[in-house]
Design a protein around this ligand. Structure first.
Ligand SMILES: [Fe+2]
Ligand SMILES: [Fe+2]
Length: 172
């Protein structure tokens, strides 16, 4: 079951790697990838390994939330019928980030580490469901095909920029 979802996520990522993806496709693929990592983390008992998976989740979340905040939500906020959901989404990001900061401050062997990580995962899962069930369908109605492709392009270049930015941050 776990291996199957990981395999499916990998296949999906691979099969669409060269296709021209629109903004929603790209964000959905990120969601699939992070969900697969949640499955892996939940299935892993070894603490060292859990921490390694968590680092990957953190990196995925950092890039994904950043490109949504830089590109996707601002585009949504310009459309009357999307504005409120985009603002709510930003608020949910803030809550998740606060949890991530709290987790960063914990010692690796803290007994609070697992409960806080699970809470963060539950928050992200809720947020992702809201985006997929409420925001994304409305975005598909509000923008035409070309606009969504263009938004996808902008997400792609923001992803490149945010990767460079976080490397610079780490090097500093
Ligand atoms: Fe989001
Ligand atoms: Fe998202």
């Amino acid at each position: 079951m776990i291996l199957e979802s990981i395999r499916r996520a990998r296949l999906l990522v691979k099969s669409v790697a060269n296709a021209q993806l629109d903004a929603i496709d790209m964000l959905m693929i990120d969601h699939v990838r992070v969900r697969a990592l949640f499955v892996q983390l939940r299935a892993t008992r070894n603490l060292e390994r859990r921490h390694r998976i968590w680092e990957r989740i953190r990196a995925e979340l950092e890039t994904h939330t950043r490109i949504e905040e830089e590109v996707f939500y601002p585009a949504c906020e310009k459309v009357e019928q999307l504005r409120e959901l985009a603002i709510e989404a930003r608020e949910e990001h803030r809550q998740v980030k606060a949890l991530l900061t709290a987790i960063d401050a914990l010692a690796k062997d803290s007994e609070k580490w697992n409960p806080k990580v699970y809470l963060a995962i539950e928050n992200v899962e809720h947020h992702v469901r809201e985006e997929e069930n409420r925001l994304f369908p409305r975005v598909r109605l509000a923008f035409d095909r070309d606009e969504l492709k263009d938004l996808g392009e902008r997400l792609r270049s923001a992803r490149g920029t945010s990767k460079k930015a976080s490397k610079t941050k780490k090097a500093a």
